[in-house]
Design a protein around this ligand. Structure first.
Ligand code: SF4
Length: 310
């Protein structure tokens, strides 16, 4: 069976080996973050709907688990914001009732204000929400959200989710030097973190150019300065995978396919999706390794971020 909504299992920095579940088409999101590794948002949406039919997702999950291989996590992630799919709760329920597997959600937190959604997510094992800014003007610069996105509601929603459920929460803060790392914003972020009370805070920064050309990744030194400035006990820096040897599901065939494609011509993520038919998150894992090994490099061009063989 060729899966339309599942991808991987792929290595994840934070989840080990993770089976990805993609509940929205490429690239439906309620935000258009300047650092997004999936490329620019094509459909900036605030309306939740069954954009991908969950019956298809369930059939594919049944087929996957028939083979008896269990990943470390089943993770809602992929081409955009998973909670835009109004039936995400059905899939969480289906997984938790039928399979002994950890369930995780990567979310931009936009819809966490919705009490019904929070109730539907209570059987997750782990939620990885992001919060990159507290001031509306910084949020606009970093996340370029749909006009209906409301930061106060996001923070309140995350705090409520922590209080209402036992789900582990690892809050991700993406730092861009000179954009959201000035003192006033860092203070506001610290207050929001204390208010939300996540189990962990994970600092992340750019690995490669984002969709805006003048973005600078934060240095390790800067990230440590922020950790010291906050002086909270549960903050860590997300580390990269070191090599393909650490990745059980790494496929040399997929690596060759991507590398040979880039050898022929520089390509964007969108190009690679249409050429290889692979999911954006899966492609990103291979690009990470190829880039870390110096076999490819990325640079910003007219159509966004291009990958090429130097
Ligand atoms: S919320 Fe996630 S998927 Fe959406 S634009 Fe931002 S980084 Fe990309």
């Amino acid at each position: 069976m060729i899966y339309k909504t599942l991808f991987g299992p792929v290595p994840s920095r934070r989840l080990g080996v993770s089976l990805g579940i993609d509940l929205v088409p490429y690239k439906f999101c309620s935000m258009d973050c300047v650092y997004c590794e999936c490329g620019p948002t094509t459909d900036l949406l605030f309306e939740r709907s069954e954009y991908v039919k969950v019956d298809i997702v369930k059939r594919e999950l049944e087929d996957f688990f028939k083979k008896g291989k269990y990943p470390d996590y089943c993770t809602f992630s992929g081409s955009g914001e998973p909670t835009l799919n109004s039936k995400i709760g059905d899939v969480v329920k289906f997984l938790s009732e039928n399979y002994d597997v950890n369930i995780a959600l990567l979310t931009n937190s936009t819809f966490m204000y919705d009490e019904r959604l929070r109730e539907e997510l209570k059987d997750l094992d782990l939620i990885l929400p992001s919060l990159d800014a507290v001031s509306p003007e910084v949020l606009k610069r970093v996340n370029r959200p749909h006009p209906l996105v409301n930061i106060d509601k996001i923070i309140e929603g995350l705090k409520n989710f922590r209080e209402e459920t036992d789900v582990k929460m690892h809050l991700e803060v993406f730092i861009l030097e000179g954009v959201n790392d000035f003192e006033d914003e860092l203070k506001k972020l610290k207050n929001a973190i204390i208010y939300i009370n996540p189990h962990k805070v994970q600092l992340n920064t750019l690995d490669r150019p984002g969709s805006v050309s003048d973005l600078k990744p934060a240095t390790k030194k800067r990230l440590f300065e922020i950790i010291n400035f906050w002086n909270l006990k549960n903050v860590e820096i997300i580390s990269r995978f070191k090599s393909r040897r650490e990745i059980p599901s790494y496929s040399e065939d997929v690596e060759d396919l991507i590398f040979n494609t880039l050898k022929r011509r520089p390509s964007t993520i969108e190009d690679l999706i249409s050429i290889t038919g692979l999911n954006v998150s899966e492609i990103n894992k291979y690009l990470d390794i190829l880039e870390e090994e110096g076999k490819i490099k990325s640079e910003t061009g007219e159509r966004g971020v291009f990958f090429k063989v130097p």
